[in-house]
Design a binder for this molecule. Structure first.
Ligand code: FAD
Length: 604
């Protein structure tokens, strides 16, 4: 620390930001810094330029040097390549954040929504050499001094998210936590508007944001509508992850990591493990990071014999369901495997805690893994085009013990940024999609051995990373064929909105004082909502007793019944419902969508 840092409040806030070790601390110190410097955290790369001019002491300058070097790459055209692009990214996992950073360097306006409010995953990711180089070039060591020191080639998921979150904020990416993406809202014919998102909570200002690019980085379980998933079914594979507290003692430091021992390479080790403990594994990895992290693939028979799985079942879902797993036995199994594989040299292994404050041990099924058939598609409605791309686990789910997730995730993030650049340059949609799919074909085969060796030259340009890539392997006419990328007509796109309206109309028809024609005025009196509930659950309210001149009471009653009896949480208050207008109609749509989900298969 130098004198200037302590005497200048902005400098000390910036230092706190650099060192913050929790999501909340990062956001808090960043907001305080912006306030101190009277900087509005909005709008693209200009924010970064302004921040830089306000903070020019030694430590900040060292970081600017790195980021400037990166920003100066020719691919970004000095931050103008995508200056008129507006991007919405779903998910602040490593891949969403990494994509956000690239799009920010390209000069796009980038907004990211994340449904959670913290980063909590202790599990550790293996990094390929290019990802280490990439993160160092983004200043990773400034944020996390221990980043890949010596021969370390891994990082905990949460530390990686923290580094990327900080870089993204510095580059002007607008990030909204506690905001869930629930679907797309197509442009309306009568106004020349753009695409928007249905969000929870609907009061989020991002609901008003119109964008022409949507990137989904919502993880393995979240894929936006329109993408087909392909299931890759392998032989039964049960993965176990566990984390123990790392006290960084001398004894712990001396224990060797296991960077991946597979059965076929070390039969002797696995036989001994089985003979001595009854634990039978296919492979095991041990990384010493913020925690002592182990990931292993266990054989079903040994899990049954050790009482971890209670009963053998045909389908994996029931086999690994909470009711069929003895959690205590799972903890013992994981601890015994960790102790044996480190030769009992890690003293007093104590479980680290997960986000639920419980011992961090989990069992996952890797028998079925999903990948998306396509990496991107285009939608068009009333002349407004929307480019949608997938990155990370929602594009291809990784097999964790192989540690391919984040490396392939970053490759896809770069490929996606390249696609956005081509899109912004005015390339025809079919050409953009055909090129993206040609590049996507490469992804699953990539390894550190078959990607270009000159990792310092890697950029968003795919030719810097994939040797001999054919960017025209897929032709534009192939991306319109069935089962491939579709450009659905506007009617299809608007279907969600229109069909919700028509579903509400059908099921409120005939009720006194109710005529549903929109998602604003028609709902103000509260009668329409009460009618909808009454249609499916007449036992819950007496419709004939309602007074149409008491909208707040009607709405309150409907909101309470929906929450208590149907488990549908309110999105707007009864006062907001009684005065629902254009700006908060998204809230009403989000809310009604949940009724649709609850009742779509029910016959009134
Ligand atoms: P994720 O890291 O899964 O991030 C997706 C983000 O999107 C999440 O923060 C989620 O909250 C958010 N999100 C989802 N839906 C919405 C929505 N509708 N609106 C707003 N936000 C949304 N890999 C390994 O190699 N080793 C491991 O041990 C390992 N353990 C893991 C443990 C868990 C519990 C999980 C979920 C993943 C694990 N992985 C592991 C996978 C690894 O984390 C990913 O490969 C890597 O993080 C890249 O993923 P991603 O950014 O695509 O998605």
């Amino acid at each position: 620390r130098q004198d200037g840092e302590q005497s200048n409040p902005a400098h000390s806030l910036f230092e706190t930001f650099l060192r913050a070790n929790q999501c909340e601390g990062v956001l808090g110190s960043f907001q305080a810094l912006c306030k101190q410097l009277a900087l509005e955290h909005k709008g693209q790369l200009q924010f970064y330029q302004k921040l830089k001019s306000c903070l020019n002491y030694w430590n900040a300058k060292a970081l600017w040097l790195k980021l400037d070097k990166k920003a100066g790459h020719r691919d970004y055209d000095r931050g103008t390549a995508c200056a008129s692009s507006k991007c919405l990214i779903i998910g602040a996992g490593p891949c969403g954040l990494r994509t956000a950073i690239e799009l920010a360097f390209l000069g796009a306006h980038v907004v990211l929504v994340e449904k959670r409010d913290s980063f909590s995953r202790n599990n550790v990711l293996h990094l390929w050499p290019f990802t280490i180089q990439d993160l160092k070039a983004l200043g990773a060591k400034k944020f996390y001094g221990r980043f890949c020191t010596g021969t370390l080639d891994h990082i905990s998921i949460r530390q990686l998210q923290l580094i990327l979150l900080k870089v993204a904020l510095l580059l002007g990416v607008e990030i909204h936590f506690n905001v869930q993406f629930n679907g797309l809202l197509p442009p309306e014919a009568k106004r020349s508007s753009g695409w928007r998102a249905l969000l929870q909570p609907s009061s989020s200002p991002v609901g008003q944001y119109e964008f022409d690019i949507l990137i989904s980085a919502g993880g393995g379980k979240f894929v936006p509508e329109g993408f087909k998933r392909k299931e890759m079914r392998g032989k039964l594979a049960i993965g176990i992850t566990t984390n123990f507290i790392n006290r960084h003692s001398r004894a712990e430091v001396e224990v060797a990591e296991i960077s991946g021992v597979a059965r076929i390479y070390n039969q002797h080790f696995f036989r001994n493990l089985y003979n001595k403990t009854g634990i039978d594994l296919e492979n095991i990895v041990y990384y010493k990071d913020d925690t002592h992290y182990f990931v292993m693939t266990a054989k079903k028979q040994s899990l049954l014999e050790k009482g971890v799985i209670l009963q053998d079942k045909g389908d994996v879902e029931s086999l690994l369901s909470a009711q069929n797993v003895n959690h205590e036995a799972l903890l013992s199994y994981a601890k015994e495997a960790a102790n044996f594989s480190t030769n009992y040299q890690l003293p007093d292994l104590e479980f680290a805690l997960n986000h639920r404050n419980r011992p961090d041990v989990d069992m996952f099924d890797f028998t079925c893994m999903n990948r998306s058939e396509n990496a991107a598609l285009v939608r068009e409605c009333h002349g407004a085009r929307l480019l949608i791309g997938l990155v990370g686990d929602c594009l291809v789910e990784p097999f964790w013990p192989l540690g391919t997730g984040v490396a392939r995730g970053f490759l896809a993030a770069f490929d996606t940024a390249w696609m956005v650049k081509r899109w912004a340059a005015g390339t025809s949609p079919l050409d953009v999609l055909a090129e993206r799919e040609s590049i996507y074909q490469q992804l699953s085969q990539t390894s550190p051995d078959n990607t270009n060796k000159n990792i310092s030259q890697y950029s968003i340009d795919p030719t810097t990373r994939y040797p001999n890539i054919n960017l025209k392997a897929i032709k534009p006419n192939q991306v319109t064929s069935p089962g491939h990328v579709e450009i659905p007509p506007c009617q299809d796109v608007g279907r969600a909105y229109e069909s919700l309206l028509s579903w509400c109309q059908t099921h409120t028809a005939g009720y006194r004082g109710v005529t549903v024609t929109d998602f604003t005025h028609s709902w103000k009196s509260g009668l329409a909502l009460c009618a909808l509930i009454h249609r499916f659950r007449p036992d819950l309210l007496n419709f004939s007793s309602l007074d149409q001149h008491n909208p707040i009471k009607n709405n309150q009653m409907a909101l309470d019944i929906a929450e208590q009896e149907l488990g549908i949480p309110p999105v707007l208050s009864s006062t907001e419902m009684a005065s629902v207008s254009e700006p908060n109609q998204l809230g009403l749509i989000t809310y009604l969508s949940q009724f649709y989900e609850a009742f779509k298969t029910a016959e009134p």
